[in-house]
Design a protein around this ligand. Structure first.
Ligand SMILES: Cc1cc2nc3c(=O)[nH]c(=O)nc-3n(C[C@H](O)[C@H](O)[C@H](O)COP(=O)(O)OP(=O)(O)OC[C@H]3O[C@@H](n4cnc5c(N)ncnc54)[C@H](O)[C@@H]3O)c2cc1C
Ligand code: SF4
Length: 440
């Protein structure tokens, strides 16, 4: 039965099919060939280009833009994939406004950067749509490597090792590969099953055996993998989610934002996903913004994102904050949750205003809520792992852990910034280090 935005409670089918289609359409529609050449022509092809320095995967940006400008997007794609085999996904999800495009000299001079992300997408889509795989495997080395986790870090690592002629077994606990590319990234950033298509394309290199539904700690042990393989790479991400630590957290309607987003990404039909009328999201990062924007896109009447510090301390970029505001999400800052009210199911959530040192002011406010999403960070899951630094796996150099023969990278490893592109860079660099270590 068709509901409306005003229907109380957590219900599905709040919008028309047209509204759902519009709300979940591609955030940045692809450039056509003419638009790409016009955008490429704005590049100064800088020597010592600051955009390259700002890219965690060191893509030669002026070179690939010149290749687009001269009508060879396939060559541009190869330039990108040489450094970043997930260049197609990164073109869609990278916060370019805080990376390459922020550093672009045309941003500094005119406040209007070269559209590096969209040009990268144009080039990579051109080559991938042709079904070509741009690399060949080297002669088989007979070495075997176990890669645990088929997210961006594990995929980048597996691909680079396979290219060097090693045999890779890629394990993942989930039924589908891709990690957060498949289960986490906002639906409007990666439409039309791109995440799965990208993995299939990447596996086209050969030499990678994918085993899904196989979890380290449940079906596999690190000792076993150490004995059975020449090296092991851990790219297991952050599987656990942080709790608020409040009474009433288990009330009906209160759930982790990442689970809500995973359901949304796996839904055959988003219209069938129930969402609250009054939704409150707690957190200030990308996950919080994605949950809030997508709750609104599903037809929630009021979506409020509440963050405990000032707005300029939010982890979500200004672009993302603006996106949330433009989609109708109300952002409240300097407030932290202190109580969840409701009899069985959540009805209201109470916040206390805080200053920037998180000192409570004693002033409280209650927001109506039939659904609350917690987005206050993820943490590492698992035991019998290598030594930790803080709450992540300690690494030195290109991902070497405390256990000889075991490398780690991506979100599970200490030191990174929890971005897709950083996970790719760390997986790739660990692969090069593994290759050097086992080839010596
Ligand atoms: C909701 C959300 C939105 C995001 N949006 C963006 C964005 O727009 N742009 C951006 O740059 N970054 C974004 N990020 C961050 C980005 O997704 C991560 O930094 C990136 O996916 C990390 O890659 P990874 O390979 O280290 O880990 P993951 O992508 O988490 O992959 C880890 C893989 O390991 C598997 N695994 C875990 N434990 C085990 C085990 N014990 N045994 C076997 N397999 C296991 C998992 O199933 C998973 O497939 C977002 C994150 C979230 C949560
Ligand atoms: S900084 Fe901007 S103008 Fe210079 S090479 Fe990079 S994209 Fe081109």
């Amino acid at each position: 039965m068709r509901q409306t935005a005003l229907t109380p409670g957590i219900v599905a089918h709040r919008l028309s099919d047209e509204d759902y289609a519009e709300n979940f359409a591609d955030l940045h529609p692809a450039l056509d060939a003419h638009e790409a050449v016009v955008a490429a022509d704005r590049c100064y092809f800088c020597h010592d280009a600051p955009c390259v320095t700002a890219c965690p995967t060191d893509i030669d940006i002026p070179l690939f833009i010149r290749q687009i400008a001269t009508g060879t997007p396939e060559a541009a794609a190869k330039t990108i994939f040489t450094q970043n085999i997930l260049g197609g996904m990164c073109a869609r999800v990278c916060p370019t406004e805080t990376l390459c495009e922020e550093a672009c000299v045309r941003e500094t001079a005119e406040g209007k950067p070269v559209l590096i992300g969209q040009l990268q997408r144009f080039a990579t889509d051109t080559l991938m749509q042709a079904g070509d795989h741009p690399f060949h495997r080297a002669a088989a080395t007979g070495k075997r490597i176990a890669v645990v986790g088929a997210g961006p870090a594990g995929l980048a690592c597996a691909h680079r090792l396979a290219m060097h002629g090693h045999d890779v077994t890629l394990y993942d606990a989930h039924p589908k590969p891709g990690g957060l590319n498949e289960y986490g990234i906002a639906a409007y950033k990666t439409v039309d099953g791109f995440a799965r298509a990208e993995v299939d394309w990447l596996l086209g290199i050969g030499g990678i055996t994918l085993e899904t539904g196989r979890a380290l700690g449940r079906d596999l042990s690190l000792t076993e993998l150490r004995e059975g393989f020449d090296a092991v790479f851990l790219g297991i991400g952050l599987g656990a989610v942080n709790a608020l630590g409040l009474e009433g957290e288990d009330k009906e309607g209160v759930r982790d934002a990442v689970d809500f987003i995973a359901d949304l990404r796996q839904a055959e039909d988003v219209a069938s996903l129930p969402v609250g009328r009054d939704v409150v999201v707690i957190g200030g990062g990308m996950t919080a913004v994605d949950a809030a924007v997508q709750a609104k896109a599903l037809g929630a009447l009021n979506v409020t994102l509440v963050y405990r510090r000032r707005r300029d301390r939010m982890n979500a970029s200004v672009f993302e904050q603006d996106l949330a505001a433009s989609r109708g999400v109300h952002i409240v800052t300097n407030a932290q949750p202190v109580a969840i009210h409701g009899n069985g199911a959540v009805r209201e959530i109470e916040f206390e205003y805080t200053d920037d040192d998180l000192t409570p002011t004693g002033q409280t406010v209650r927001l109506p809520a039939d659904q609350v999403f917690k987005a206050i960070g993820q943490s590492l899951e698992g035991d019998a792992l290598p030594a930790l630094e803080g709450r992540k796996i300690a690494v030195t150099g290109a991902g070497r852990t405390s256990i000889a023969g075991v490398w780690a990278g991506g979100d599970c490893a200490a030191g990174g910034d929890d971005l897709t592109v950083t996970a790719v860079a760390e997986g790739r660099d660990a692969a090069m280090d593994i290759h050097a270590a086992i080839s010596g």
